[in-house]
Design a binder for this molecule. Structure first.
Ligand SMILES: [Zn+2]
Length: 109
């Protein structure tokens, strides 16, 4: 257990700093929402490879724009979907990217 000054943030923009144990319940904001501890928001668990590509990546061949200019992608899913739309696959991956609900889109067949 760790007792330290923790800063909590709310979606409404309010922040609160309080000395609390890590086992203490997360405080509720005056607006009624449960607050998140600052520093723990959006930090991926170790060992999980994030889908987003920080800063994006420009692809100059294959998945570039129709006029040949480089096309920017900000996530691996975006690249996978663009590749699937062109009938291409990423090395070592299955041919079709699954949709959000996990089903494989076969509408082009
Ligand atoms: Zn709030």
């Amino acid at each position: 257990m760790t007792f330290k000054a923790r800063t909590y943030v709310c979606d409404c923009g309010a922040t609160v700093t309080a000395w609390r144990w890590n086992t203490d319940p997360t405080p509720t904001c005056l607006c009624g929402r449960v607050m998140d501890e600052q520093g723990t928001v959006g930090v991926p668990a170790p060992g999980i490879i994030p889908d987003t590509i920080p800063g994006g990546i420009y692809i100059r061949h294959g998945l570039c724009h129709a006029d040949g200019t480089p096309r920017r992608f900000d996530s691996m899913t975006e690249i996978r979907r663009a590749a699937a739309a062109k009938g291409l696959t990423l090395y070592g991956e299955t041919p079709k990217a699954p949709t959000c609900d996990g089903h494989v889109d076969r509408s082009d067949r």
